[in-house]
Write a protein that binds this ligand. Structure first.
Ligand code: IZC
Ligand code: ZN
Length: 419
């Protein structure tokens, strides 16, 4: 008999998110989260081998003399959270910009004055590999403690071929040195550095950066900060078409601060995800739905920019756009690592239900980073990435905010964090 290495059992409620490995959950399906009462999951050699009620799994004989058993009695069990949009690799911080923000200086104005992203580009360039890794490692540890087991990580604080390659190399090194799995995205088109026009820097990204980044094979996705005043629709399209020709998968920062047709471009290019979308038009939302582009919404950024403006998640869900959620963890517009906070903000301000929000941070987020065949749900064959939440039911997750509901985190069936 083959036994499980680990049995997590007796969960008050287990959300399996099953049935969406082929394509993300849309519309009313976002509320169907595969609940099992008195739930249990068995893991062997890092992978899930059985999911069901505690009674069923015991009857099936998964528990042998060496099986480690963990009770989740009275608690909620979910797949590990997947954070599909972060700028987590950097050195330094930007708390000095808080007073400017409180005086009403807009985010892009700070960038125009040479601060913002460009300030983090300078502090990252000045830091050693070890410093960048130590600071990022600490943030990843915080993410893990809050239930996040896989993170998309963008470059984009380099803005030269050498520094962007360094960032992607450090993301790969960090991936191997701690428990959170990292999915690398090249985002050389994050800001236009001093000394270049937008057109000159776009040429540099297309002609110099992308061929070398693709040749090194360190990036899986390419992303662009498509926003009036940063990279126009035309520049973004040139960059993404080149990336596509070099076999990178595509993502886009779209319609965050102004409504400029970013969502329509995302649909036209068939990107995997369009992110932010606060200002996406009705036409843009319809185009995303039509093409099955995943909307990655970032309510912690809206909260932190303090403009009382949030993405129109309800319209998107109604239109059939698959919605995912992410922290956008970065030192400027979203200095946080907390997916539980994102869940609370999504429910209160995007008006998503707790079930929809959970779908958005698990299976739909896994789709947004091309990993839905391995993670994002508790199904046989998937990686044993599991979270035990010390909460009595799912409503409690967004309801009680500002503290950490996570009791235990498992990565490939191993305990990687516990209170
Ligand atoms: O450092 O400000 N929005 N890029 C686009 C960011 C935020 C990161 C930053
Ligand atoms: Zn971003």
């Amino acid at each position: 008999m083959v036994y499980a290495d680990l049995l997590i059992h007796s969960a008050q409620m287990m959300a399996t998110m099953s049935g969406y490995s082929e394509s993300p959950a849309c519309g009313e399906d976002m509320s169907k989260i595969g609940l099992i009462a008195d739930g249990a999951v068995a893991i062997r050699e890092g992978k899930i081998v059985a999911v069901g009620t505690t009674q069923d799994l015991r009857a099936e004989g998964w528990v042998g003399p060496d099986t480690k058993e963990i009770s989740a009695r009275g608690k909620v069990v979910t797949p590990g959270f997947v954070d599909p949009h972060t700028h987590v690799l950097y050195a330094g911080s930007r708390e000095n910009e808080l007073s400017l923000k409180l005086k009403g200086v807009p985010y892009l104005e700070i960038l125009k004055q040479g601060g913002g992203i460009l300030s983090t580009v300078r502090s990252t360039k000045q830091a050693s590999d070890e410093e960048i890794k130590a600071q990022t490692h600490r943030r990843l540890r915080t993410m893990l403690s809050m239930g996040t087991t896989t993170v998309e990580a963008k470059s984009g604080y380099g803005l030269t071929v050498e520094e962007e390659l360094r960032a992607l190399r450090l993301i790969h090194e960090l991936d191997g040195e701690q428990s959170v799995d990292l999915v690398p995205t090249f985002m050389g088109a994050h800001a236009v550095p001093p000394g270049y026009s937008e057109e000159e820097f776009t040429n540099y990204v297309v002609d110099e950066m992308l061929p070398q980044i693709a040749a090194e094979g360190q990036a899986e996705f390419c992303d662009v900060f498509c926003e009036p005043g940063v990279f126009s629709l035309e520049s973004s399209e040139r960059i993404l078409l080149k990336a596509q020709a070099l076999n990178l998968k595509l993502k886009m920062h779209a319609d965050e601060l102004a409504s400029a047709g970013g969502a329509q471009l995302a649909a036209k290019l068939g990107v995997i995800s369009a992110d932010h979308l606060l200002q996406a038009s009705d036409e843009g939302i319809a185009a995303l739905a039509q093409q099955g582009v995943i909307a990655v919404l970032l309510p912690a950024t809206s909260f932190n920019l303090a403009k009382n403006s949030y993405a129109r998640a309800r319209e998107m869900i109604r239109a059939g756009v698959p919605v995912a959620l992410a922290t956008d963890s970065n030192p400027g517009s979203s200095p946080t690592e907390s997916m539980p906070l994102v869940l609370t903000l999504a429910c209160l301000y995007l008006r998503m239900t707790p079930e929809e929000a959970l779908t958005a941070v698990t299976i739909n987020a896994a789709h947004a980073i091309g990993r839905a065949n391995q993670i994002g749900s508790l199904e046989v064959g998937k990686q044993g990435d599991v979270v035990i939440l010390d909460i009595p039911n799912l409503n409690y997750l967004p309801y009680h905010f500002g503290s950490n509901p996570v009791e235990m985190v498992f990565k490939r069936g191993k305990v990687v964090w516990s209170i």
